[in-house]
Design a protein around this ligand. Structure first.
Ligand code: AMP
Ligand code: ZN
Length: 395
């Protein structure tokens, strides 16, 4: 039985922040196996990997720091619901598809948050991918292919390090030094946790990270020049990486996942109108397959220091909406995609100019492919005979 620690937060956590604070507990200390915030917001329970000893005071102080910076002065953002189809009957399935996929060998875990997907998921993802590409084609989007790595200097230029430091994944390689390479080749092994035992100074300084999103690559490709034709619509699919620590428990939340984006760059109205048209076209598709979901305003998972300010900003300017599909087995929802508007943030930061010299506005529609398939299976089950005809026939 793991040791537990109960903490009374120095400020009561309001209902709208219970989930947000809980997700940040994952980053407080490696001793935490799981953290829970009571729905009443007046108690935090930490389940620990090992007994605490002298670290208790230090741990409590870190937890209170998270609470204070996220809760103090926080304003409850008004949730704006653009579509509500949560009560659609969908397929009447009520189990967690994760377990069944594992049992059938359709899913295998390589390490925490990293899964190999079998033919059922691969085909289902392809079905959704074709639909997303049709959406992109309906806007005449130009196809792009982006690398999996992204330069550290790029992320720095768009303030990514201060907003999302907790989920970064770094890429490195061995120092180009014969002794280091020889030593690594001869002596390196993984310990029982799957961790390499190579000394940290074997590795070169970090110039690149594994990319956390797709659309950034487009903005950098367009940086420091006038926007060609005054407006751009592009699409790309890519591997994305967000290390969400102990929150990485199932197919719901992955370290390595795939995102398809349709990206709009141009004047403000062009971006906002296209984002809205994309939402309506997707509503049509989701209606045809009978998906139970809702589209509502949301915020990005900013780290604690930036959280309050950024969430208030995103909410005030209606910058982000999420497509939240129902997960019947746990009576909750999961974000399978988002409709985003960044105002002229990237246009200004990256010096992308419109014909009149003003900075370009940007927006994107982003779908998480694994989550889309997972939520679909959670609603319709693993047997294609019970799927909506449109999916079954095209699958
Ligand atoms: P975002 O840019 O955060 O709105 O992400 C776009 C979509 O990517 C989300 O709506 C999810 O479907 C998916 N996504 C984001 N983070 C993860 C993750 N850790 N694991 C799986 N899918 C994710
Ligand atoms: Zn994007």
């Amino acid at each position: 039985m793991p040791e537990t620690l109960e903490i009374v937060p120095s400020l009561p956590i309001p209902a709208h922040l219970v989930g947000e604070v809980q997700s940040k507990l994952a980053y407080v200390d490696e001793i935490i196996a799981r953290g829970e915030v009571a729905s009443s917001g007046d108690r935090i329970t930490l389940y620990l990997h090992s007994p605490l000893g002298v670290k208790q005071g230090e741990l409590e102080e870190k937890v209170q720091r998270v609470v204070l910076s996220m809760v103090k002065g926080a304003i409850r953002p008004k949730v704006q619901v653009l579509e509500d189809h949560l009560d659609r009957p969908a397929g009447g399935y009520h189990a967690d598809p994760h377990e069944e996929l594992l049992r059938r060998g359709e899913l295998s875990q390589e390490t925490r948050g990293v899964f190999a997907l079998g033919p059922l998921l691969a085909r289902l993802i392809t079905w959704f991918e074709v639909r997303f590409v049709e959406l992109a084609d309906s806007f005449g989007a130009s196809p792009y292919r982006f690398p999996t790595l992204i330069p550290a200097s790029y992320l720095e230029r768009v303030d990514y390090f201060s907003a999302f430091p907790h989920s970064l994944t770094f890429a490195t390689h061995l120092h180009t030094d014969l002794d280091v390479i020889d030593g690594f080749a001869r002596g390196t092994a993984c310990n029982e946790h799957g961790e390499l035992n190579a000394p940290p100074d074997s590795f070169a300084p970090i110039r690149a990270l594994l990319s956390p999103a797709v659309c950034y690559h487009l903005y950098f490709a367009l940086a420091d020049r006038p926007l060609p034709g005054g407006q751009v619509v592009a699409t790309a699919v890519g591997n994305c990486f967000r290390h969400e620590a102990i929150n990485l428990t199932s197919l719901e939340r992955l370290w390595n996942f795939t995102m398809r984006e349709v990206i709009f760059v141009g004047p403000k109205d062009f971006v906002l109108d296209h984002r809205e048209t994309a939402r309506q076209r997707m509503a049509n598709l989701f209606g045809q397959i009978g998906l139970a979901y809702r589209v509502e305003s949301a915020n990005d998972p900013f780290f604690i220091g930036e959280f309050r300010k950024q969430v208030a900003f995103q909410s005030a300017f209606q910058l982000k909406y999420e497509i939240r599909a129902r997960l019947p087995f746990k009576d909750s929802t999961l974000a399978v995609g988002s409709y985003n508007y960044h105002q002229d943030f990237f246009g200004r930061r990256l010096n992308i100019s419109l014909p009149d010299g003003a900075p370009a506005h940007t927006g994107c529609v982003a779908f998480g492919l694994e989550r889309m398939a997972y939520a679909f299976l959670a609603q319709f089950g693993l047997d294609p005979a019970n799927w909506p005809e449109l999916v079954r026939n095209g699958y």
